[in-house]
Design a protein. Sequence first.
Length: 136
Amino acid sequence: MEIIVAENEIDEVVNYLNEILPSSAIIFLTGNLAAGKTTLTKNIVKSKGIEGEVTSPTFSLQQCYDANIFHYDLYRIENSEFMELGLFEEFDKEGWHFVEWGDEALKSFFLNAGYDIFTVTITPYEDKRKYSIEKN
């Protein structure tokens, strides 16, 4: 599914994800730096009625929000480090796990372990953003 919207129309993407995502899933967010990965997560959190600041977990690696929403930034993390830090166990928690900068090897690992995986690829499209959403 592809949705093309201006940044102020992101609720269309949020509503679609709220409809299609199962109660527990891993969502890989892909796109260039400043593509809108954290903005999408922020709006998902807001749609669940959660107040407070949503920021990229660049230095903390993980942010947890009420309503079982987890947000990871794996920009500088190798897969071996990911396992050593005990982050894999976090994905056993019920909820939505939004992963920024996860690579194909990590995605394959989760697929082989039986997790529900979705990928949202965000790309510029004229003066808007294109959200390509697929179940893996």
